[in-house]
Design a protein around this ligand. Structure first.
Ligand SMILES: Cc1ncc(C[n+]2csc(CCOP(=O)(O)OP(=O)(O)O)c2C)c(N)n1
Length: 589
């Protein structure tokens, strides 16, 4: 029989038939953990087994999600980060107690600084051994307290499901971040009924998504009055999936847009209002615009020092509007005139309505006149040795800027940020806040697992690649179509560059040897290609795209190529140093 809808039916007419009692399932803590992940809709987890999680691994074959066996737990955490950033879903990683758990710490810190939602599950020793220096016991909740949004030690099997429910909620809500759930072995083994909660929440945690309308109106008023406004786009726009709204806001206000490293792709960099990256390796015209602007509207960025340079010299003529979901960010690094606390998307929805259509074509023309035109022209001469910027541009052009690109940390990362011309923020996956070397390959693995439909490139330095090259085995085992571009200069390039420019060329411990990367790729069962000449760049990229499975291209570049512009550490953005070939625009004919 069809039962009446209890919401709408007259209570008198509701049938009194007894409801079948739901079947209560008695499961082990390990099974509950797996069923909870399934209930959260988790499709892929990245992990590595060990003693304390053997019961969990016993249950994993019956779970609906897929487990990817990494080669080092740190890269499980960063694969989860890559997965989360590519999909917008929560990334999940698993490690055993002790050394497994401590290996996650860097990945958790990376996720915290870049506001990435991940849940890490660690095994813990039996509760009877906690505090007794049991084998592989570390106080991982104590260790990770400063690098997680929240963490838990679960003491009863009954608490696993509600704790995981809350962990996922905390990771993805408000300002996203990493949450760790530590589960002792005896809790995995204990049995109890499984009942996944439908809701999660805490009285003490109420993220404020919708901004105060009065603050939005003050911001709109400042925007309407400004003569030389700039929008600073941050990761918050990408995280709240607010690209379309952001474009409408920029277009309606007609305000030029500059990007933080993680804000790149908040709007297509080829949009006429897009100016490019700001800060330490920002474009000249962008940093010049920051000096001149009378209003800076920061949406979803946290005024990181790599973006601001010396605070005292930052946007000194500008009134500051700061839209951020985290009230703790307001006024933390930069004085703020109009704070707007809320989700970037919610704030943009209101702002688009409140602002008047603007016209800043004169201001835009001035900014464009400050571009590095002379340098761009000089860079058109093609030398025989592959130029790093030419490699990056070729990847962008050949993939039509549609591929996911992950990077490692260093010069190649900055060349990528400068020359990829990023179209979609969620396809630009780089370690911003923590600057974690080794990030490039595991995050590409995570991204490809999450978005198998998209082409994935990892741009990596020869130093950083040697930190996580073991993950080639994971990529081969999973038969992942990932293309790896090693920008090989034989140095820890970015450190060498600082020594070159700021330490009187005292190249201390930066020359780094490497295995033959082509042979290394082949040893793992991947394909290796070497490029030593400029005219080999394009054919190599095309060939890599046509080959199944992981492909590594070893691009051998000029060992001492530098990234320009560069703002010296501790200096203002206005004190940027330029490429030696650079000619100021007024002298450019
Ligand atoms: C784990 C870690 N250790 C050290 C650093 C400091 N660091 C930043 S960039 C860099 C050099 C990177 O060299 P490479 O990977 O070859 O890339 P390149 O700069 O040459 O492009 C180093 C050592 C870091 N960011 N992360």
């Amino acid at each position: 029989m069809v039962l009446a809808d209890p919401q709408t039916a007259d209570p008198q007419t509701l049938t009194e038939e007894p409801q079948p009692t739901p079947v209560v399932e008695i499961l082990s803590g390990a099974q509950i953990t797996c069923r909870s992940l399934d209930a959260e809709g988790v499709k892929t987890v990245f992990g590595y087994p060990g003693g304390a999680v053997i019961p969990l691994y016993d249950a994993i074959p019956d779970a609906a999600f897929k487990h990817v066996l990494v080669r080092f737990e740190q890269w499980a955490a960063l694969a989860a980060v890559g997965y989360a950033r590519a999909t917008g879903e929560v990334g999940v990683c698993i490690a055993t107690s002790g050394p497994g758990a401590t290996n996650l710490v860097t990945g958790l810190a990376d996720a915290l600084l870049d506001s990435v939602p991940i849940v890490a599950i660690t095994g813990q020793v039996n509760q009877a051994l906690i505090g007794r220096d049991g084998f592989q016991e570390v106080d991982i909740t104590g260790i990770t307290l400063p690098v997680t949004k929240h963490n838990y030690l679960v003491r009863r099997a009954e608490d696993i499901a509600p704790t995981l429910k809350e962990a996922f909620y905390l990771a993805r809500s408000g300002r996203p971040g990493p949450v760790l759930v530590d589960i002792p072995k005896d809790v995995f083994l204990a049995k109890t009924r499984f009942d996944y909660p439908t809701r999660a929440g805490r009285k003490s945690y109420q993220p404020n998504l919708t901004p105060n309308l009065r603050q939005v109106r003050l911001a709109a008023d400042a925007i309407d009055k400004a003569k030389k406004p700039l929008i600073m786009a941050g990761h918050g726009i990408v995280l709240s999936n607010a690209g379309e709204l952001f474009k409408r806001f920029a277009e309606r206000s007609d305000i030029p847009v500059i990007y933080t490293l993680l804000g790149l792709g908040a709007m297509d960099e080829e949009h006429p209002l897009s100016l490019g990256m700001m800060g330490m390796h920002g474009h000249r015209h962008v940093n010049r615009a920051l000096e001149e602007c009378d209003l800076l509207v920061n949406i979803g960025a946290r005024f990181d020092d790599r973006a601001t340079g010396k605070v005292a010299g930052f946007a000194t003529n500008a009134k500051i509007v700061h839209v951020d979901i985290d009230p703790a960010e307001i006024g933390k690094n930069i004085r703020t005139d109009v704070p707007v606390v809320g989700d970037a998307g919610e704030a943009l929805k209101l702002l688009v309505h409140e602002i008047e259509p603007g016209d800043h074509s004169g201001w835009m023309a001035w900014i464009q006149s400050e571009r590095n035109v002379a340098l761009e022209r000089a860079l058109d001469d093609v030398p025989e040795t592959p130029e790093p910027y030419a490699i990056i541009k070729a990847i962008a052009e050949i993939t039509d800027r549609e591929a996911i690109v992950t990077t490692d940390v260093g010069q190649h990362q900055m060349w990528s940020a400068q020359y990829l011309g990023i179209k979609h923020g969620a396809r630009w996956i780089t370690s911003g806040g923590l600057g974690t070397m080794g990030f490039g390959l595991p995050s590409a693995i995570g991204a490809k697992m999450g978005r198998p439909d998209l082409e994935v490139w990892a741009v990596i330095g020869d130093g950083g690649f040697q930190m996580s090259s073991n993950e080639l085995a994971t990529a081969v085992q999973e038969r992942l179509d990932i293309n790896i571009a090693i920008i090989n200069n034989g140095f820890l390039g970015m450190v060498r560059q600082w020594q070159d420019l700021f330490q009187n060329r005292n190249y201390s411990e930066v020359a780094i040897s490497a295995p033959d990367f082509v042979k290394l790729a082949e040893a793992y069962g991947a394909t290796g290609i070497r490029v030593t000449k400029s005219d080999e760049i394009v054919p190599a990229i095309q060939r890599a795209r046509s080959i199944k499975g992981p492909v590594l291209i070893d691009f051998v570049i000029d060992a001492e190529a530098n990234v320009y512009p560069i703002v010296p550490p501790g200096a203002s953005n206005s004190e940027m140093m330029h490429h030696p070939q650079w000619v100021p625009p007024e002298e450019d004919l």
